[in-house]
Design a protein around this ligand. Structure first.
Ligand SMILES: [Zn+2]
Length: 328
């Protein structure tokens, strides 16, 4: 007998099945309501922001912040003698890596400007010897470049010297580079790197890998330079050197906007990406710095220890020098 065949027993079983189906449907509806309720209440929670996730995130941000402070401020500064030892060794390496040009006329000119600036250096720096090295910055992808070593040597790119319009712009550039040395930025950077190594080792030994990740984030924020952002420390160093140099050139009698003018011209010619962002910030800060000293507008001079002809002659000499170099 097949189940499809009608009969009394079959009708009873159908009835039984109907009540079974109804209870099943009610059960399904209840389950559906339950899930709808769950989803709704879940939705309400996530609209407010999941408490567990946001607390953990806030905690990490706070920890990264305090790690950054500890990495920057912890420990002692490297001794000053190290700056001199390192200056000598990096100078040798830099001479190997760069095309250094022996141009007495240029070096004399730079020293003449330095002497005028040095009267307004902090006391212990007034008598210090600063060595200038003129180098060909055209082939290293960093035109309009200058950099300072750790204690006494400043490298000045030829395109930078050819770029300046007056003595004040040259003075502003030199005092910016020497300010990096006076503020011991290299030593501060060495301390930051050393501290982060110590912190990482401690966390590794304790097998605290969550902390290892947080330390990496902190170091990235402090030093990391990407295409869209520059680390807090290098940016602060630029701001500090600009501020110190602006005071020095102002006190030396130069136009305190000379660096801003020079940077604006470089930015217009070579600007782009992160470079522009940094330049615009520096230009803005320098202009604000100048505004804080009212009554100084157009008081500062463009030439003090030289004149336009002197600068032109130094530039022409340097130009001949590099033309000859290119012919070899
Ligand atoms: Zn700088």
């Amino acid at each position: 007998m097949s189940e499809e065949e009608p009969g009394g027993e079959e009708n009873f079983r159908n009835l039984f099945r109907t009540s079974e189906v109804v209870s099943f449907l009610i059960f399904v509806v209840l389950i559906a309501f339950f899930f709808m309720f769950l989803k709704q209440s879940g939705g309400r929670v996530s609209n407010k922001g999941s408490p567990t996730i946001s607390v953990a995130y806030g905690k990490s941000e706070k920890e990264i912040g305090s790690l950054m402070t500890e990495i920057r401020n912890g420990g002692d500064m490297p001794p000053l003698e190290d700056d001199f030892v390192m200056d000598k060794s990096t100078d040798l390496a830099s001479q190997d890596h760069n095309i250094v040009i022996k141009s007495e006329k240029t070096e004399q000119y730079l020293n003449l400007i330095l002497l005028n600036l040095q009267k307004n250096f902090p006391d212990k720096w007034k008598a210090r010897v600063i060595k200038f090295r003129v180098y060909d910055d055209r082939y290293v992808g960093k035109i309009n470049n200058a950099f300072s070593l750790t204690a006494e040597t400043v490298y000045v790119g030829i395109t930078q010297i050819l770029h300046v319009n007056d003595e004040a712009e040259m003075a502003a550039l030199l005092s910016h580079e020497v300010s990096h040395i006076m503020l011991r930025h290299s030593a501060q950077l060495r301390k930051v790197i050393k501290n982060s190594t110590i912190f990482l080792q401690r966390a590794f030994i304790k097998k605290d890998f969550e902390k290892v990740v947080l330390i990496y984030f902190a170091v990235q924020k402090l030093l990391g330079t990407t295409e869209s952002a520059v680390g807090i420390v290098p940016m602060e160093f630029e701001t500090e050197a600009d501020r110190m140099s602006q005071t020095i050139i102002r006190d030396s009698g130069y136009d305190d906007l000379a660096l801003a003018v020079s940077l604006e011209r470089i930015e217009k010619t070579y600007g782009g990406g992160i470079f522009t962002q940094i330049m615009l910030k520096r230009i803005r800060d320098l202009k604000n710095g100048s505004k804080k000293k009212p009554g100084l507008a157009h008081v500062g001079k463009a030439f003090i220890v030289s004149n336009k002809e002197d600068l032109n002659s130094v530039q022409a000499n340097l130009q001949r020098f590099i033309d000859e170099l290119a012919l070899k």
